[in-house]
Design a protein around this ligand. Structure first.
Ligand SMILES: NC(=O)c1ccc[n+]([C@@H]2O[C@H](COP(=O)([O-])OP(=O)(O)OC[C@H]3O[C@@H](n4cnc5c(N)ncnc54)[C@H](OP(=O)(O)O)[C@@H]3O)[C@@H](O)[C@H]2O)c1
Length: 270
């Protein structure tokens, strides 16, 4: 059964945003391992030096892997279309899109949140993610094929004090993703959302607290957090189910005349 994972991934072209560190970085490595190097990766983030180091590491372990790296700031919405158009033809058709780039900034209460942080969180977590998805889904629809994997968060369902903006961005992602899944339910395009709790990645809390290492470390003190590898494993698991199987909380079927919107909760077969 597990031998089929590499078979299912064979030749697939996987685009990951925010691949320079954390969950995106681990996801790239897990896909490479699961596909035994017989995959293509398009790895993006703002820091190209980190992507370059990851590419070298991947090539060393999997000489057959094809990796294209590019600096892409997803918060610069107008750069997303030119980026996709600039992909070499071998990498131009995306089979799996992992919308991972995202961030939380600060823990300030409403009334004190810096408007610059508000904009950066919405531009990155919501507007950039939407723009990239809109463009990639167009090509997936033409081929009636593809997986869209969204990095949501429990923060998108359970708002917490100090997280007003971050929670709002992840809630927006959750609803966008739910609508998209229902729009695509009769196609072979799967839409998957992973919603982790606290994940101890190298930079997430450091970014939130703007470089304050002590404050960042205190987030994980006396807890047993998840790690980037745990989330990467889930993403690869979801992407390597049999093509007709989608992991989702709700799916809508529109074929029944008497009851055009039947909601099913749980794993489902398309
Ligand atoms: N860590 C958690 O506790 C947790 C929990 C639930 C959900 N999540 C979600 O999981 C995702 C990844 O989190 P993580 O912990 O891996 O975060 P991380 O370690 O801080 O990594 C974030 C990644 O996003 C990239 N990035 C940031 N701003 C960007 C931009 N404007 N354009 C393109 N790339 C950008 C960063 O690379 P560059 O700086 O090089 O651009 C980095 O590769 C996020 O969407 C986050 O909201 C995290």
């Amino acid at each position: 059964m597990f031998g089929k994972i590499a078979e299912r991934l064979a030749g697939k072209n996987i685009l990951i945003t925010g691949a320079s560190t954390g969950i995106g970085y681990s996801t790239a490595k897990y896909f490479a391992e699961a596909g035994a190097g017989n995959i293509k990766l398009v790895l993006t983030a703002r820091r190209e030096d980190k992507l370059k180091a990851l590419k070298e590491e991947l090539l060393k372990s999997y000489p057959s892997i094809q990796v294209f790296i590019a600096s892409l700031d997803v918060s610069k919405i107008d750069q997303i279309s030119p980026f996709l158009k600039s992909l070499p033809s071998d990498f131009a058709e995306i089979d799996v899109l992992v919308n991972n780039a995202g961030k939380a900034l600060g823990l300030d209460p409403v009334g004190s949140v810096d408007p610059v942080d508000v904009k950066e969180m919405f531009d990155t977590n919501v507007l950039g993610m939407i723009q990239l998805t809109q463009l990639v889904v167009q090509q997936m629809k033409k081929r009636n094929k593809g997986d869209i994997i969204q990095l949501g968060s429990v923060a998108g369902r359970e708002p917490y004090p100090g997280g007003s903006i971050y929670c709002a961005t992840k809630s927006a992602l959750n609803f966008f993703t739910g609508a998209l899944r229902k729009e695509l339910i009769s196609t072979k395009i799967r839409v998957i959302e992973v919603e982790p709790g606290n994940v101890a990645t190298d930079e997430f809390s450091l970014v939130r607290f703007k470089g304050d290492k002590e404050r960042a470390a205190s987030v994980y003190k006396d807890t047993e957090p998840l790690y980037a590898e745990d989330i990467a494993e889930l993403i690869v698991f979801a992407a390597t189910r049999k093509e007709n199987t989608v992991l989702a909380e709700t799916l809508i079927f529109g074929n029944n005349q008497a009851s055009p919107f039947h909601i099913y909760r749980g794993p489902q077969s398309k």
